[in-house]
Ligand binder design. Sequence first.
Ligand code: BGP
Length: 466
Amino acid sequence: MKFPENFLWGGAVAANQCEGAYNEDGKGIDIQDIMPQGIKGAPTAEPTEDNLKLKAIDFYHRYKEDIALFAQMGFKIFRTSIAWSRIFPNGDDEQPNEAGLAFYDKLFDECHKHGIEPLVTISHYETPLHLAKKYDGWTSHELIGFYERYCRTIFDRYKGKVKYWLTFNEINSVLHAPLLSGGILTPKDKLSEEKLYQACHHELVASALATKLAHEIMPEAKVGCMILAIPTYPLTPAPEDIIAVMEANHFNDFFGDMHARGVYPGYMKRYFREKGITLKITPEEETLLRENTVDFISFSYYVSICEGASGTAGEGNLMGGKKNPYLKESEWGWQIDPKGLRYVLNRFYDRWQKPLFIVENGLGAKDELVPGGPDGRTVEDDYRIAYLNDHLVQVGEAIEDGVPVMGYTTWGCIDLVSASTAQMSKRYGFIYVDRSDDGTGSLTRYRKKSFDWYKEVIATNGESLK
Ligand code: BGP
């Protein structure tokens, strides 16, 4: 297995799933603080004690210890997000919160101290709650201006410290999880498609604006979009199933097409026409989109799905699809498909001709802490090692196919709170965090068996993969 020399090996988290300290140092409340059950339940009026994200794994106070562990594994890059409401507590404030800015200064400095490059998601499912309540999130055009102010603030502040930026986490997921992804409080079944696509338009314009600003403020910056990648296969070779796949792909490819090509694709125009959807799009916005395409495409990859007339519904990363009879699944019903990663890398590169970055991949599993390891207790997570190994082998295959892959950051490199179910027990990490679904636990960190495995993968630049 040969990976490029400067391949960016690392891990990924998001502020809301690991930081905790939900109301410290002037942080405002964000949508995660009122989603104690992730997307599986209704939001609450106020933050409630059963919400594990309020404290999460206390990364806010323990980041030094955690980054030192990442450094031990040899991370070249660490992906995290900035919690928007630490910088602008309400989202529409005139002035930023200095204490929030100072926290990320310390965090990025700590990364650099260990030779780790930060990769920052500007908005990772963390819309300030006030923006959700007052404006119904991204359905409002005004969010573009607030996001622009937020971007300008963090670009000015962290230029020289952060080179790699992602504008919106899994931007295509807004079609499936409007509150989580777009801060839209109107329940999905009451939200018109026109409003939903208008929200997409606002996010896409904001993303182009962020790309423009980043390039102006930090000429060396590399800006990527971030897409939830979900390879979709036909259940049968029936032409109807092939068309069902093509159409399902359109709704995801739309977001990459906009970021890589900068124009509304014909298939979306047709969809809007046939559905009677009229979007408010100004000529200035069209120019902005066309002139500010991204430097690279990043994506998450966990599962593939099937489409077709028959079949049973499957579980997927925020979007469903049909079950593939040839694949095994995780304890949470997510079907495991390493070859799908090679497929998606080839498909995305064929389509967009931009460097690709896998910024999430991993196995959410129940872990059992047993005696052993360097910390006295450990997890023998051979299942996680197998999952990651098999996916990385397929990344190697795609590189052999000629696909330019910039790097790979495993999701939840340290155990954190799940986005979809808000559980601690759905663990992804190389580092176990002692905290249970009922909120109890010492928060002590324990290195798992996969910790040394990943360290070896990085040290050999992938040659140890099997
Ligand atoms: C993606 C999100 C992450 C993350 C991951 C795993 O959709 O970008 O925030 O959590 O999926 O999902 P989950 O936490 O639901 O297992």
